[in-house]
Design a protein around this ligand. Structure first.
Ligand code: PDD
Length: 286
């Protein structure tokens, strides 16, 4: 089994894979990305990730030089050749290679890379550790719906969370409005209704967020895509995070204030279970 990279159609060992120093992704953060989970050797919600990759690339005026059929084939080749069953695919597209300039260079081809790395499968639902979170001001730009490789504000907030022994920093905008986590979307059960920030430019439209919304819809659980505050969050009866790597992760405490005595709530448990059912359905393996 081997970590592999795919760079503009060439496959090589990940440790040996190289991109140019003048790639604008490296010099200027001029690119967008996706992280796609693979279970049982099968990609999970690959179409939705590709659709979001196109939106992100389009928003920064990059045309991806490969068809979705090519990208799916490349991702599947990487999975098969790597030999991994539980892994993730990282995909990134940048504006390309050119002499450093803030102006978009003309006539260059965007650079596309992917790689595959193994992932430890998450434990059984009962064993998933509820996450402690801290809250921090959301210092990002106003285009958080674009999944750009410019992640510095996320990294700085995540590092503060790590140093505070927390799993995630929940970010808030003026008015203490909760937007999302540094690498996850945030849901809260407040006064009997599930709330999550509306799908605007202030959050990433998470694929896992949408899966959870679909489950809420399918189970006729009341939910609202509506703004709520840090104060509302701390009073919530259940809080959970969603992301490709965390799936549905219960939150145990926020800024040291315990949510539900540290135990995942029934609704969170139901969502974790249904999320796993969707994985089992889509990623049956051979
Ligand atoms: N992050 N919000 C932000 C800011 C994110 O970076 C992510 C995912 C999410 C959840 O999106 P999804 O459900 O589509 O994974 C929300 C990925 C996993 C990462 O950067 O590693």
């Amino acid at each position: 089994m081997e970590n592999l990279a795919w760079i503009n159609s060439e496959i090589s060992n990940l440790a040996e894979a190289k991109v140019s120093l003048e790639d604008r992704g490296y010099l200027l953060g001029d690119g967008v990305y996706e992280v796609i989970r693979v279970y049982n050797g099968c990609t999970f919600y690959l179409n939705a990730h590709l659709e979001r990759l196109h939106h992100s690339a389009g928003a920064i005026r990059i045309d991806i030089p490969y068809s979705d059929t090519d990208l799916k084939k490349a991702a599947n080749d990487l999975i098969i050749k790597s030999g991994y069953k539980d892994c993730y695919i990282y995909m990134q597209v940048t504006r390309g290679i050119a002499r450093r300039d803030h102006i978009f260079p003309e006539g260059i081809t965007p650079g596309m890379v992917m790689y595959v790395r193994p992932m430890t499968p998450l434990p059984d639902i009962e064993e998933v550790s509820p996450a402690s979170c801290i809250t921090l001001p959301d210092e990002r730009w106003l285009n958080c719906h674009i999944k750009t490789v410019n992640l510095l504000p996320n990294l700085l907030a995540r590092q503060k969370a790590y140093e505070a022994k927390a799993i995630e920093a929940v970010l808030y905008r003026p008015g203490n409005i909760v937007t999302e986590g540094t690498r996850s979307n945030v849901f809260a059960l407040i006064d009997g209704a599930v709330c999550t920030h509306p799908r605007t430019n202030l959050i990433l439209p998470g694929i896992s967020r949408q899966i959870v919304i679909d489950i809420l819809h399918e189970t006729e659980t009341p939910y609202e895509e509506t703004a709520f505050t840090v104060e509302d969050l701390k009073k919530a009866s259940e809080v959970w995070l969603t992301s490709t790597t965390l799936e549905v992760n219960p939150v145990s405490e926020i800024d040291g204030e315990i949510i539900r005595g540290n135990v995942p709530g029934n609704l969170t448990l139901m969502l974790m279970k249904k999320f796993r059912e969707k994985i089992a359905l889509e990623c049956k393996g051979d």
